[in-house]
Design a protein around this ligand. Structure first.
Ligand SMILES: C[S@@+](CC[C@H](N)C(=O)[O-])C[C@H]1O[C@@H](n2cnc3c(N)ncnc32)[C@H](O)[C@@H]1O
Length: 232
């Protein structure tokens, strides 16, 4: 049985984008324009530092999108696998961003992947950037628990760009708010959680969680945070 999960928007939407608008395809835009390179550099620095990514690491990137971000991380380690359920984004990843034999991209739902992967011990670090909020609550818990108990060599898991429920009212101050939208995985921003809620979810799956925030000049810093998980 596959539990329902959100993010299905990204199965079709990228087809309407310019084939070379890699940031647009994964929704990394401000006022409809792709975010500038300095913003990408901030993300790459935060993830590489959080994961302490090094040449001996093999990285699992869950919900990797089109690989435009993943490729920065693969270039800092031995390579690894990106998984995403959008076939058009995975096509872009394979055609534009796969650089070496040790890097691969696979089209699959991440819950199915963590249930079925035959060689989970090949990964030393894992990442889920800008995407975890699109998993349904039962899927979120199961993904974290399977990463903890099947992917035994994953020593750090970075869950990035989570929407902060404590900053929901600030975000919606100048936008129309639909009550309850913060609990919907299949809404445009997905599920908003407080830092306490993500730490509780992590703990229930066997992880210890620490929270960090991007510097003020990061475009999402006003309402997002990152979570770094280590085995409890
Ligand atoms: C905002 S994009 C982020 C992509 C990439 N991590 C990045 O930061 O550039 C969200 C991604 O999550 C993927 N996604 C959402 N739910 C998924 C699921 N259950 N299994 C696999 N991919 C999923 C979507 O297809 C989409 O590529």
């Amino acid at each position: 049985m596959t539990l329902p999960s959100g993010g299905a928007f990204y199965k079709e939407y990228p087809k309407s984008c310019d084939p070379e608008d890699y940031w647009g395809q994964v929704g990394r835009t401000v006022n409809g324009k792709p975010v500038p390179q300095e913003q990408i550099d901030l993300i790459v620095a935060a993830v590489c530092q959080g994961l302490d990514l090094g040449q001996n690491d093999s990285l699992l990137d869950l919900c990797c999108g089109n690989g435009a971000l993943t490729t920065y991380f693969f270039s800092r380690c031995r390579g690894g696998l990106g998984v995403d359920f959008s076939d058009c984004l995975i096509d872009v990843a394979n055609s534009r961003f796969k650089r070496r034999e040790s890097e691969s991209y696979r089209c699959q739902d991440v819950l199915e992947f963590v249930r079925q992967e035959e060689n989970p011990q090949r990964f030393s670090k894992a990442l889920c950037y800008g995407s975890f909020q699109y998993l349904s609550p039962p899927a979120s818990l199961e993904v974290l628990a399977l990463l903890r108990h099947r992917f035994k060599d994953v020593g750090l898991l970075f869950i990035g760009n989570l929407p902060d429920k404590d900053r929901l009212s600030r975000f919606y101050a100048d936008k129309p708010y639909v009550p309850g939208i913060e609990n919907q995985a299949d809404s445009p921003i997905g599920i908003w959680r407080t830092t306490g809620e993500i730490c509780e979810l992590a703990a229930a799956a066997g992880w210890k969680c620490s929270i960090s925030r991007m510097q003020d000049r990061f475009y999402g810093s006003g309402y997002r945070y990152d979570a770094l998980l280590v085995p409890a």
